[in-house]
Design a protein around this ligand. Structure first.
Ligand code: ADP
Ligand code: 5GP
Length: 196
């Protein structure tokens, strides 16, 4: 078991930009990363597993966690609630694991406030048109939900200047490589500054 504390990486950006796709690719290429599974009140999509993709909880339970201050961050995103349990993250970091959160912009900025040493990476779409195409192709949202996600994307992109790094996800392979390099650089070049 490693005895140094781990580094907290936060990947965020608009819905449909490719965060999940990039994160999964990154995990294949970098050893020792741990994904912190979020809580959500949204319904599972086909194929999603409780405890793997999300911890699916009801609104009452979610709000009791808010009351008890259990979340490192939480937010209402596209009509559902999402949150990261602080105890999960702290435990993993204390055990020396590098932890990755894949969360929305409101949540990422809350993490930066509470843990300034966290590394925030914003995944940027190459264009609005491409973002719409990707959401359309994924086919998991209704037209109304899709419109809301595009509206939110415009607001989220304005916050990208508050991030440590911005990666444009145009060509997938190039974006994965860039992300991989950022993670490796942070680990090798600034290990002391970014221990949580
Ligand atoms: P997010 O997790 O940000 O909501 P996803 O990872 O689900 O986004 O990606 C949304 C859709 O875009 C998926 O169908 C995915 O296969 C596709 N996608 C992701 N990255 C790229 C890319 N670089 N080029 C083309 N399509 C992509
Ligand atoms: P989806 O419902 O498509 O899985 O996720 C919708 C949005 O919620 C995405 O932008 C995703 O990154 C974000 N999200 C997932 N988990 C969390 C979380 O724990 N906290 C916050 N703030 N956002 C989250």
């Amino acid at each position: 078991m490693p005895n140094e504390k781990g580094i907290l990486f936060v990947i965020s950006g608009p819905s449909g930009v490719g965060k999940g796709t990039l994160r999964k690719e990154l995990f294949k290429r970098i050893e020792g990363l741990t994904y912190s599974v979020s809580c959500t009140t949204r319904q599972p999509r086909a194929g999603e597993q409780d405890g793997v993709d999300y911890k699916f909880i009801n609104l009452e339970t979610f709000m009791s966690y808010v009351e008890e201050n259990k979340f490192l961050e939480w937010a209402k995103v596209h009509g559902n609630y999402y949150g990261t349990l602080e105890s999960d993250v702290r435990k993993l970091l204390d055990e020396g694991h590098d932890v990755v959160l894949e969360i929305d912009v409101q949540g990422a900025l809350q993490v930066k406030n509470k843990m300034p040493e966290a590394i925030l990476v914003f995944i940027m779409p190459p264009s609005e048109e491409e973002l719409v195409r990707r959401l359309d192709r994924r086919g998991t949202e209704s037209d109304r939900e899709l419109e809301e996600r595009i509206r939110n994307a415009k607001r989220e992109i304005l916050e990208s200047k508050r991030y440590d790094f911005i990666v444009v996800n145009d060509d997938l392979e190039s974006a994965v490589k860039e992300l991989e390099q950022i993670f490796k650089d942070v680990k090798t070049k600034k290990p002391e500054n970014n221990r949580c």
